[in-house]
Structures are given as C-alpha cells and as structure tokens.
Design a protein around this ligand. Structure first.
Ligand SMILES: *[C@@H]1O[C@H](CO)[C@@H](O)[C@H](O)[C@H]1NC(C)=O
Ligand SMILES: *[C@@H]1O[C@H](CO)[C@@H](O)[C@H](O)[C@H]1NC(C)=O
Ligand SMILES: *[C@@H]1O[C@H](CO)[C@@H](O)[C@H](O)[C@H]1NC(C)=O
Ligand SMILES: *[C@@H]1O[C@H](CO)[C@@H](O)[C@H](O)[C@H]1NC(C)=O
Length: 759
C-alpha cells in the first residue's frame, strides 16, 4: 500500500495535472468513427439513439450521474454535467481555472440585471457568458452543460438565494428567462452551451427552523402553481426549448419534485411539449438522496435504491450528488427492479441528445469550436458588465443632492461601511474569478476623488462610530455603503429578519447627526428602509444589489451623474414586520384573514413597491390612441393558424410617448400594469403586463415607443389553473406610481387560452 501510493505520487509528478474539462470524442479515427452519432447530416435523435445502442447496460448505468465516467471502450471520456455560470463562468466542479483562463467576465446577479428591465441586455449577457463558457470548454476547462439560470420567483424576502433570481414577478422572470436562455444556447441548431432552468418547482426556501429545503413540502394551490410558480419554466421548456431543467429539493403537495410524475411528466414533458427534442432533467445535487430514507430528508421512499427508481421513473435523467449525500448506485437500483430498461434507455438518450445538439460529436471544425482565449474578457464583455450594473441601479430617494460631481477643489468624500471596498462581495453567490474587481473606493480614487474610507459593521449590533464621525467631519459628503451581503443571505441560509442591521443603522443615524449630507448605497437584496426615510440628512438612497465586477464604478458613475439611474425594483421592499405577518412556509400568494399575501400583486403596504425607481429628471408618459374595444372571438380567429399556443397570440401593441420634462438626460423604463374587475376573485391590485426600456431621452425631448404584449398578459388564471381571457373592462396603468392610463374593453365569451392538467 505504502509502495503503491508512493508510486502514484511519483507518477503524478510526471504527468501534467489532469484537467476536468471536456475531451471531445474523436469522430475522425476513434472507436465511434463509424457510429451514426458522428454523422452530422443525421437527425440528432437518430445520432443519440445510435450511440445509446452501442452502450451496454453497465455502461449506461454508470453514466446516470453528474460526474459520468464516460465509456472508454467507445472513446467517450469522462464528462462532468455540473458546471455553473449564473452570472459568469463560475468556480465549480466541472470548470478548471488557470493559464489564459484565469478570469471570466462576472456580471451583476440576476436581481440587479432584472432591475434594468432591458431584455436585449439580458440576451447579450447570455451570449457573452456562453461564449466564454464554450471557450473554456474548447480548451478542456469546462463542459458543455451549465446549470443556469435560476428563475424561481422570489416569493419571500427571507430567501437566501433570492439574489440569484430576476425577482418576485412571474412575468418578469419569464421574460428574463427567455432572453437569457436565448443568449446562452444561441439561435442556431447547434447550442453554444446547454442551459438549465432551475429549480423546478416552487423552490424558494433554504432553512426555516427545522424545515429545510431537503424536507420542505410546499403546499401550493393549483392556481398559484399555474399562475406564479411555473410560468418561468413554461417559458424555458415550451417556448425557449431549453436543453435541460433541474428538479428541486422540496416536495410539492406531498411529492418530492424530483420524483413527481405530475411535475416532470404531465406538466413539463407533456403539457409543455418538451419531449420534442428529448431534453434531460437533472436532479439538484443530493435531491434524490434526500427523497429516500436519508436523515433530514423527505423519507418518501424506504431506501436509496427506491428513491433512485422513483426519480428515474418520474422522468429525472441524471442524478447530481454532492458531498452531503452518498453516491447513488443506479446499477443496484436497476438490478433490484426499481426502474425499467425503457427508463434507462430513455434517460441515456436524453442526455446524449443534449450533447449531440451541443456539437460534441461534430468535429474540430464545427460551429463554436473556434472560440478560445481571445473570446474571453473582451472589451465588449467588460463594457457590458459595467453597463448592466449602471442600468440595474435603482434610485429610491433623492432630495436633489444627486447627481453630485465629487471633484471640486479640496472636495473630500467619506466612504463608510464594509461594502465600500468589499470587491469580492459585489459578485454574490456562484461566482468565478473576474478580470478585475472594482469596488466603490477603488473606483472613486481612480476618478481622482479624495476618499476618507472607514469600515463599518455587518451584523454586529453596536460598533465604534468615532472613526466614521471623524471621516465625516473632515469631508463634504458621506456615502454609506451597507445592507446585507451574501454571508447573510446565501445558499443554505435564509434570514429571519429583513430589518436594517442595527449596528449599521446606528452608524447611519450617528453620521446624519454630524450635519453632513449622507447618501446611502444599499447592497444585497432587501432590508426595510423605513428608518432612513425619516432621517432628513439621509439625502439619497440607491440600491445596487450585487452589481458584479465593475459595480463600484457603476455606483460612482451614477452618483457623479456620468450615468443616469433608471432601474426599477424587481422586488417589493417590505416593512420588517412582514416576516411576523407572513409565515415563511406559507406559499399562498393571495391574502386571507391576517395573512397579508405576497408580491405587489396582492400586498398593499410596501415601503417601496415593485417597479419603483426615481430619475435625475422627471418624465411624463401618455398613450397615443388605443382602440377601445376588442372582440375575444376576433382576437382568437386572427391568431389561429399562426400561433400554436393561444396565450402567445399577439395583442395590438400600445403606442406611447415619453417626454423628459426635466433637465437631465436619462433612460426611462415604461412599465405597463394591468388592472380591472374581470376574472376570478379575489383580484390582484395590478399585474405587470408589458414593459420597455427607452434609451437616452434628452431634456425636453419626446420619444415614442410601442409596448408589445401577448394575450398571456391579459389573461387571468382560475382556481383550476386554466389561463382564461375574460370579457370586461381593462385598465393599463403606466408607471409606478401611475402617470397615465388607458382603458379598453374585451367583449364576447370568455376563452381558455391554456387548459391546465389537473393534479
Ligand atoms: C410538439 O412537438 C412535436 C415534436 O417536435 C411537434 O411536432 C409538435 O408540433 C409540437 N406541438 C406543439 C403544440 O407545438
Ligand atoms: C467634474 O465632474 C463632472 C461630471 O462628473 C465633469 O463634467 C466636470 O468636468 C468635472 N470637473 C473637473 C474640474 O474635473
Ligand atoms: C420633478 O417634479 C417635481 C414636481 O414638479 C419636482 O418637485 C422635482 O424637483 C422634479 N424632479 C426633478 C429631478 O426634476
Ligand atoms: C386614469 O386616468 C384618468 C385621467 O385621464 C383618471 O381620472 C383616472 O382616475 C385614472 N384611472 C386610474 C385607475 O388610475
């Protein structure tokens, strides 16, 4: 033994360290050369089927897990399905950093890019991330499957992973997913990389006391499921043809998501027609372990083998396991008849077809194989990362202090708080190594600003404020950087409080007492700003979330006016008392009794509502004529034949004009919310129905734009989950708060746009 390990060490020193990245099969003269899988003119399904036919059962069984060993007999090398790229190529299992691949562009987290309400931007981000990811893969430093995006609606402000998502609104998340998946996979028949929409479904809790993501049984009504929790996944599966979907840890109405025939087969594959390209479902890591008899799990099955069988039979095709669980043993589960031969073959076919579609077997001259180091960290990518952060920053309060050039002679700025120079924190969860990391202090100094920097507390309830006060007293203005970070909100860790951390609040209050104007830059997702709103010396509040590698530059550009704020909140800012009124585990969206309901659609007492955001100028907006009556029958007749799914039928777009009535050039996000007394009761306050970011409106200038939408935005979901177009009077409300509205009427009989399969 001793001799052997010494020998292994010796060998290891001679051998170039193995990279864990992809090794493309050799179709020119490897063992697969005469297999149909190498024939690029054949149909993807036939190619994948030919490969699966060449595999023995034992070879198939060994490859049902994320770290697949491959099939050396066939020249298929090991393949790690687990690669992450939530907001840039990330540090993770399947990705090896080094050499020319020591850095990759790190964009803001989805919660920040979502606030830009600029979907072409989201698509460009997806293109850049997947281009860099593919370049890593081509150089043996990553694989072709990336488990991104995270599109679960951010239901409860306590959720530790909310910042990974585009926010609380199902429609916003759906549109964000559409843009991002299109960017990641590309629009060619060959995918640049395979994207994975996660986590299916109703996953938005890490740990609430003894309830954890591994054992939480989310009780979700059919109405809420169809209306709120699933639309982003419908977009991914049915409309964006995403290559893969990840099933989640939690159970839904008693059945763990990764073993749910209703979720995976009835809804995902059949109702959404996701069978057409044989895409694969992967389990969240150890989800299959926790649905068996593991401690802390669902105890849905009495053995690991039975859990594997239940999961594969439900339609999960690849089991990810991590350190928390033990390795699944598909072979013994198969040998004890926990799943069938047909299921095994189908799972293999789906996995392999994903690789076929990503060009894995297409040879060195195929599409995207030329991407390399020169395509990573390009100038365009760096510029897009900065622009995304600037576009996503939201101005929440401004008494006129901003914009503020910080460059006058003898001008000094106190920058206080741990976030001010916390370069690494700006990236948030699931990050890679950025080419640079510009925090706000670094950015300000590089702009020539004289900075007096003082650290501040994160969660400590009291902190010595004397250094901060000294810095304030010798400065002209104080910029406090605070809120929470991703040591407080993160995977596996939810919050119990959404109040401003008390030590930080005390420091802000003390700084305000100096008489110096205080600007607060809030980072992280969500804390209750109420105490700051009543402090007159807090002159401005900005929210930047997790703004990525150039977040500090973006914040300083906004403060100085080099860029104008036009982002809008993709989440409700709740009062801190909300967590006492809404039990975390209550999944219901609608209010009832003392339960206040969730999201801007139902909750009335927000500190800042979804869609809120100020500018350095004022805007007026108006609707330029809009037909007032539409017949439901005519709307459907004119669409049948062109749209397969009625909810995707277009509705006439709304022409608007936007006028900058102030004196500062700015983008403007036109938000259109729908309200009206139609459909089932109770009725939402309003629902986001359409939006468009209008760029660079100059002072005094009027720009026109078209708000485009589809029938899905007019429909409401009934108790059975059907999406129905109702006759009635509709009001489109522009902006938050409302600046203009237009009313129109739908006449005739109600029509079901999407008939929901019952559980
Ligand atoms: C479902 O997918 C199949 C196979 O690709 C396709 O022929 C069919 O038209 C699709 N159905 C709908 C409603 O899109
Ligand atoms: C100060 O900054 C503003 C805008 O940020 C710029 O227009 C102005 O030229 C700068 N002034 C000096 C003296 O650098
Ligand atoms: C916007 O308009 C309001 C009301 O007229 C005014 O008080 C405010 O100063 C204006 N804000 C800007 C940035 O021009
Ligand atoms: C719509 O605008 C009109 C004025 O044009 C106003 O009287 C009405 O209250 C507005 N309705 C809503 C729901 O905001």
């Amino acid at each position: 033994m001793v001799f052997l390990s010494a020998f292994a060490l010796f060998l290891g020193a001679l051998v170039v360290p193995a990279r864990s990245g992809v090794t493309y099969p050799n179709c020119a003269n490897g063992p697969l050369r005469s297999n149909l899988v190498c024939d690029t003119s054949a149909a993807p399904e036939a190619r994948a089927a030919a490969l699966v036919a060449a595999m023995s059962n034992n070879e198939k069984l060994a490859n049902l897990i994320n770290n697949s060993p491959g099939v050396s007999r066939l020249g298929l090398s090991a393949y790690q399905w687990w690669n992450e790229a939530l907001h840039g190529v990330a540090h993770n299992r399947g990705i090896t950093w080094g050499g020319q691949f020591s850095a990759a562009t790190q964009f803001p987290q989805a919660i920040t890019t979502s606030a830009a309400f600029d979907d072409p931007l989201i698509e460009r981000i997806g293109i850049i991330i997947s281009t860099e990811a593919r370049a890593f893969a081509n150089n043996g430093r990553a694989h072709l499957d990336f488990w991104t995006p995270n599109v679960n609606p951010f239901r409860d402000p306590r959720w530790g992973r909310g910042h990974e998502t585009p926010g609380e609104d199902a429609f916003r998340n759906k549109k964000w997913a559409e843009a991002f998946v299109s960017g990641m996979q590309g629009t060619e028949a060959t995918h640049r990389v395979v994207a994975t929409c996660k986590h299916y479904a109703a996953y938005d809790l890490e740990n609430a006391g003894s309830t954890t993501r591994f054992n939480f049984d989310a009780k979700v009504s059919t109405q809420d499921l169809a209306e709120y929790y699933l639309p982003p996944f419908q977009q991914c599966a049915r409309d964006s043809k995403v290559g893969s979907i990840m099933c989640s840890y939690n159970a839904v109405n008693g059945v763990p998501a990764c073993a749910s025939p209703y979720l995976i087969d009835t809804i995902l594959r059949k109702h959404w027609n996701w069978t057409d390209q044989n895409q694969y479902v992967v389990s969240d890591c150890d989800a299959v372990y926790y649905l068996g008899n593991a401690n802390g799990g669902h105890r849905y099955k009495s053995s690991y083998a039975a859990a594997i069988g239940a999961s594969l039979e439900a339609g999960c095709d690849n089991m990810c396991w991590a350190t928390g669980g033990t390795t699944p043993d598909p072979a013994s589960a198969f040998n004890s008849q926990q799943f069938s031969q047909a299921t095994l073959d189908k799972a293999m076919l789906r996995q392999m077809q994903g690789l076929v579609r990503a060009g894995y077997f297409d040879g060195p001259n195929s599409l995207y194989r030329n991407l390399g180091a020169a395509d990573v960290n390009t100038q365009t990518a760096q510029g897009t990362a900065l622009k995304a952060a600037e576009e996503g920053i939201v101005l929440l309060k401004n008494n006129g202090i901003l914009p503020m050039p910080l460059n006058g002679s003898s001008f000094q700025v106190a920058m206080v708080g741990f976030w001010a120079n916390a370069a690494d924190k700006m990236l948030g969860g699931y990050s890679g190594s950025p080419p640079f990391n510009h925090d706000a202090v670094t950015a300000a100094r590089s702009m020539g600003v004289t900075v007096n920097y003082v650290n501040g507390p994160l969660t400590q309830s009291s902190a010595d404020t004397s250094a901060a006060v000294n810095a304030a007293q010798k400065s002209n203005v104080v910029i406090f950087f605070g809120g929470i970070d991703n040591t407080v909100e993160k995977e596996s860790q939810d919050r119990t409080s959404i109040a401003w951390p008390s030590g930080q609040l005390a420091m802000i209050q003390r700084l305000a007492q100096t008489g110096k104007p205080v600007i607060v830059v809030r980072m992280g997702t969500h804390v209750d700003d109420t105490p700051l709103l009543s402090l007159p010396n807090v002159k401005a509040i900005l929210w930047a979330g997790y703004p990525g590698q150039d977040g500090g530059t973006a914040v300083m550009n906004i403060i100085t006016g080099a860029a104008s704020p036009a982002g809008r909140l993709p989440i409700t800012v709740y009062p801190s008392s909300y967590t006492n009124q809404a039990p975390y585990t209550n999944m219901a969206l609608r209010p009832s009794g003392s339960y206040p309901g969730r999201t801007y659609r139902w909750y009335k007492d927000a500190v800042f509502p979804f869609g809120y955001g100020l500018h350095y100028t004022n805007f007026s907006v108006s609707v330029q004529g809009f037909s007032t009556t539409f017949s439901i029958a005519d709307l459907l007749d004119s669409c049948k034949g062109s749209a397969v799914y009625l909810d995707l039928c277009p509705f006439p777009s709304v022409p608007i004009s936007v006028t900058n009535t102030g004196s500062w050039a700015s983008d403007y996000v036109a938000l259109g919310f729908l309200a009206g007394d139609f459909g089932p009761s109770p009725r939402p306050i309003k629902t986001l129905a359409t939006y468009k970011r209008v760029f660079g409106v100059q002072p005094g200038q009027t720009q026109t734009a078209e708000l485009e939408w589809k029938l899905e935005s007019l429909a409401r979901v009934d108790e059975k989950g059907n999406r129905v177009l109702y006759p009635g009077t509709y009001t489109l409300l522009l902006d938050q708060p409302t600046l203009a509205n237009v009313t129109f009427t739908l006449t005739g009989e109600e029509a079901v746009l999407d008939q929901w399969p019952q559980p």
